[in-house]
Design a protein around this ligand. Structure first.
Ligand code: FAD
Length: 459
């Protein structure tokens, strides 16, 4: 089979290497030429390239299953495998650029993979089927097009159904830093770094590879004063106002690697690939990764969901390749498309639905509303309730590690709701409230100083 893969992000590279290792011919097309042999990589096509990423355990599982040498390459580049208290793997700690560099390098060395630099303008459809893509006026033909073009592919606009979903209520400001030689990381409260659920916003330090880390603020974007977090001086003043986070950026410990990187207009989105009759809308083209579903970055599930999809798709393609009968490849691809779409409905859509509900509830809380224990409790609060009642841990952990779907939380919900109804709330770490953070933004923008609003825990 000759597969055209549109997109050389995590999903496209993973699919390309895995398909080539099965003996298929693969052409990967991306507008970005890939990492230069040395020096910085001015990556085109992915807004979140320099933003804080952490890669959950299923990402490592996927790499180990399909390309264990990628895990070796990543650890050789300084990535760390983080373990939980019982020694189980929790995450791969590295910058997204390190992750992509490793996979890009492997794809470049992989026999059977060819990379073409160019923007795909449209699918090539000589009849009713997609038989390739058009890039730079040139037609590249193949037996199947794997669309791994990410969250906002323009080349399929108008050819697919509109995505379901909407704004996830999370606006970002991130900055990358590097520890000085020999310096220890700052304080952590989880194997991936420091995650602080503040009053009205979140503040995070994620550990990455080779002594690098990133600090991120996430808020709902409604207070325009917080947009000034994108200014380096304002950002650093805000970090310094949060006791444990502040330790990470002490001048004696670390120095910035990037300016502050803003990120906004993020969506929970989901897209089916079938028409009303249950047949592929674009026969010959299969979307995978962010091209199917995106979820709030706050939970760091994107690459996990993408590689879970990629593994399921590869498995379905394998089943046809393994059949000892002559089967028409177009029929096989259409059958795989329908099966893959059904798989996504069962295994990916539940995460999208879960995010939509939990994000809506989070935005209400960030806006100052109280937890309403008479309503369905969102997943993050059911997980949080295990802090108050450790007997809930075995019930919430499969969800928290993404080993089980969101409905696995159902047996924990009644108890969690009772905990919240009794008045328990997760402790708010010391530091400014959202109003206080906004005041800091104002003060440091206009050169003012003064007292800022703090959460009760900080007083
Ligand atoms: C701020 C932010 C933080 C995030 N943090 C995390 C995290 O901590 N953990 C996590 O797991 N996930 C995180 N995610 C999600 C994660 O980044 C995505 O899930 C991931 O990028 C999906 O990979 P992909 O290969 O499907 O798509 P992409 O990474 O978007 O790659 C798509 C590729 O297709 C190319 N392309 C698109 N259109 C064309 C075209 N017409 N022609 C040629 N090339 C094209 C692009 O150049 C790009 O290389 C985060 C997302 C954001 C926005």
């Amino acid at each position: 089979m000759h597969a055209i893969v549109v997109g050389a992000g995590p999903t496209g590279l993973f699919c390309a290497i895995a398909l080539a290792r099965r003996g298929h011919r693969v052409t990967v097309v991306d507008r970005d030429p890939g990492p230069p042999p040395s020096g910085p990589w001015q990556r085109r096509g992915v807004m979140q390239f320099e933003h804080a990423h952490t890669f959950r355990a299923p990402v490592i599982d996927a790499l180990r299953a399909e390309m264990p040498d990628a895990v070796d390459a990543l650890t050789a580049s300084g990535a760390q495998i983080a373990a939980g208290p019982t020694g189980h793997t929790v995450a791969l700690l590295c910058r997204r650029s390190t992750f992509e560099r490793a996979l890009s390098g492997m794809a470049a060395r992989q026999a059977g993979v060819t990379r073409v630099v160019g923007t795909v303008e449209r699918p090539y459809r000589p009849g009713s089927r997609v038989h390739g893509v058009v890039t730079g006026g040139r037609v590249l033909t193949g037996d199947v097009v794997i669309d791994a073009s990410g969250r906002a592919a323009r080349y399929l606009r108008g050819l697919r159904p509109e995505t379901e979903g909407g704004d996830c209520g999370a606006v970002y400001a991130t900055r990358q830093y590097r520890l000085h030689p020999g310096a220890e990381p700052g304080p952590v409260n989880s194997p991936i770094g420091l995650q602080l659920s503040m009053s009205g916003y979140a503040a995070i330090a994620f550990v990455h590879d080779g002594g690098t880390f990133s600090v991120t603020f996430t808020h709902d974007g409604t207070d325009t004063r917080l947009r000034r977090l994108r200014e380096d001086v304002v950002f650093e003043a805000a970090v310094r106002a949060i006791p444990r986070l502040s330790d990470w950026i002490e001048p004696g410990r670390s120095h910035p690697l990037t300016p502050v990187l803003p990120g906004g207009r993020l969506y929970n989105s989901y897209r089916t690939q079938l028409g009303p009759g249950g047949t592929p809308l674009l026969p010959g083209l299969i979307s995978v990764g962010d091209a199917v579903c995106t979820t709030t970055p706050l939970a760091g599930r994107g690459v996990t969901l993408a590689l879970m999809q990629a593994r399921a798709l590869l498995h379905m393609l394998d089943e046809y390749a393994d059949l000892d009968i002559d089967i028409d490849i177009d029929i096989a691809i259409d059958t795989v498309t329908a099966r893959f779409d059904a798989w996504c409905e069962r295994h990916v859509r539940p995460w999208f639905d879960d995010h939509r509900y939990a994000d809506g509830e989070r935005v209400r809380r960030w806006g100052g509303e109280q937890v309403d224990a008479t309503r369905r409790l969102p997943s993050d609060l059911i997980v949080a309730a295990a802090e108050a009642d450790p007997s809930l841990r075995p019930l919430v952990e499969p969800y928290a590690t993404m080993a089980a779907l969101p409905d696995s939380l159902a047996p924990a919900e009644a108890r969690a709701r009772a905990i919240f109804a009794a008045g328990w709330r997760p402790a708010v770490p010391p530091g400014p409230t959202r109003e206080g953070l906004a005041e800091i933004c104002d003060a440091h923008t206009f050169g003012l100083t003064g007292a800022v609003s703090r959460s009760p825990a900080a007083v």
